[in-house]
Design a protein around this ligand. Structure first.
Ligand code: NDP
Ligand code: A1CAB
Length: 263
């Protein structure tokens, strides 16, 4: 039995991935602070909802998907009931495996940082083993995540950097998308047209980068005609320091992850 504790956006994405990859709804339970959320998931996926303590007692695998600030209360609540748990997987940003192990001593813990494209089966997850987790637990975690994301193993010291890059990363892409759509509208394009062109440009550019295997600088040079339109745009981005702003922003996200972990 797998229990998903905290059935919000990411919990639901994990749930739908588990079911799509062939897990029987009868082998998955959910728990959430909001009963109406549990009712929604029962209706959409046919999975049973239990109280946190019942779910922890029934499951061999826990998927901890509450917000970082809700994690201490959840762990305190379930710890006395989690005797049969063989693997605890946490997706909470900035919560160290050692913190979870304080509550669930001797339980193998795997820390995961996924991202929201997991909702459409296109996520990127990084995973790290806690001190009691073995190769078998990492493989088990990879199997659970593969239906909804790629999975990359990193040492836990790199989790905050991965959180800043791929965990928060979709937000940077949407920020760019908003700016591009606004630029289109400023120049007089209908909003729907600006949205469609932006979306296809981002999707196409990402697919080209993946399929060609080329460095992004090479792909950018291929777009940039001497004295042309792209050169004018890129010169303005450079003048405004956008490259270093992006770099500094992602480092700030990394540092915030460490702060959330109380470091
Ligand atoms: N969103 C993102 O892009 C990413 C998020 N994450 C991590 O995933 C985790 C979940 O994020 P997300 O799905 O966005 O958050 P959500 O707020 O959508 O989901 C969390 C859910 O947990 C419920 N909850 C809170 N406390 C408890 C409790 N004690 N017992 C049971 N359920 C509880 C919340 O209810 P209520 O709303 O009533 O509080 C909510 O429904 C976070 O730790 C985050 O760091 C990781 C990668 C990316
Ligand atoms: O912003 C956050 O803290 C979470 C973690 C990664 C993405 N969202």
């Amino acid at each position: 039995m797998i229990a998903i504790l905290g059935a919000g956006k990411m919990g639901e994405a994990l749930l739908s991935g588990l079911l799509r990859s062939g897990h029987d709804p009868a082998d998955v339970v959910v728990s959430d602070a909001r009963p109406e959320r549990c009712a929604e998931l029962l209706e959409s996926y046919g999975v049973k909802a239990l109280a946190n303590t019942e779910a922890a007692a029934a499951a061999e695998t826990l998927l901890l998907a509450v917000k970082p600030q809700d994690m201490p209360a959840l762990l305190a609540e379930i710890a006395p009931h989690a005797g049969a748990v063989r693997l605890a997987i946490s997706i909470a940003a900035g919560v160290r495996t050692a913190t979870i192990e304080e509550w669930l001593p001797a339980t193998p813990v795997v820390r995961v940082m996924p991202n929201t494209p997991m909702l459409v089966g296109q996520g990127a997850s990084v995973i790290s083993a806690g001190s009691h987790a073995t190769e078998e637990h990492l493989v088990q975690t990879e199997e659970l995540l593969r239906a909804v994301s790629t999975v990359t193993r990193v040492p836990e010291r790199h989790q905050d950097a991965a959180t800043a890059l791929s965990g928060s990363g979709p937000a940077y892409v949407y920020y760019l998308a908003e700016s591009m759509i606004d630029a289109g509208v400023t120049m007089g394009l209908p909003r729907a047209t600006a949205r469609e062109l932006t979306l296809q440009t981002l999707t196409g550019a990402a697919t080209l980068m993946r399929d060609s295997g080329e460095h992004p600088a090479v792909l950018r040079e291929a777009v940039t005609s001497p004295g042309g339109t792209t050169a004018a745009a890129v010169a303005e981005l450079e003048r405004r320091g956008v490259r270093s702003a992006v770099l500094d922003a992602i480092v700030k996200a990394r540092d915030r992850g460490a702060e959330l972990a109380g470091e």
